[in-house]
Design a binder for this molecule. Sequence first.
Ligand SMILES: [Zn+2]
Length: 366
Amino acid sequence: MDGRVWTVGRSVELAAVILALALALAPLPARLVERWFSSGVYPLLERALTSVSNLLPFAILDILLAGAAIALAVTLTRAVRESSRSRSVGPLLRAVAHVAAAAAGVYLLFLLLWGFNYRRVPMPERLMLERAAPSSEDVAQLGLRAVDAMNTTYAAAHSGPQPVPEWQDPDLLNAFADVQRALSDTAPVHAGRLKRTLLGSYFRWTSVDGMINPFGLEVLANPDLLPFERPFVAAHEWGHLAGYADEAEANFVGWLTCVRATPPAQYSGWLYLYWQISAEVNDRERARLGAALATGPRQDVNAVIARLRRGELPALQRASWKVYDEYLKANRVEAGVRSYGAVVTLILRARFENGWMPVRRPAPPS
Ligand SMILES: [Zn+2]
């Protein structure tokens, strides 16, 4: 082994670990992240990466995960063998150091490709807010509005021709671009194709509807999603692709996108909001909302419940959401998975014009 190469390699590894720790802990001003990353380099990256990943029918994440698993297995097996041959823990310790450095490198890549979006200017500071915190009656009224919209759009949402895939639906794409322009001065990012993944079974067992792969800026979807669930899941994940990392903000973008598009997308968006509000109100209010659903929408809601029950493994589901909660908190989303529900507060507090177009605050003097 060349001693100097080894030393240089070790210095690079150490630097990666130190840099990763520093970036994980360092406070970065949100305005700086917003200007340089979220509205600066990130949208360029997204347009490049997502347009490539949209060409591929398979998930880049599957390849990356398989590669990482093989590399990890080979490194550790080799180290264990060498350690037992030389009767010393040295090779094993060095392997662990390599793995730690690789993990630091992956974290740095995560931040640079997408993760810094967790630290951008939060939505409530971006928007004109009109009202104080909503009352539980406001929430219930919004739920009834969702039910009413589901009842009205149900027929149109279920009778049209075979829908085109979400990422090729011009109305949904236009709506997504409009929403992005309402929220930021940056040119809109690309929408991502909904892909199947080897993680599909995991999604099924843990009731995850979808996720983005931050290393390929692509959208991975639960394979069991019902047709009327897909537009909202797509638009929610596109919200993440647009750099709205926070779950409530992605829900906000997804919902705003859907309600501006065709009836099937509108239905999907309102169904999502109904679902979200049902989870947040008390039993009496939930029963009131359920009773207001017409037969068709009620059947759809029951079909979603049946889909979730068929797939889920409760213990794994709890564990997985716990891990995600920790992940969100590590990325400074204090509310963890509860941040999903904050979308209702956003919808009830924001000022809207032209239908559901949120109004932005004037930019602060720079
Ligand atoms: Zn999400």
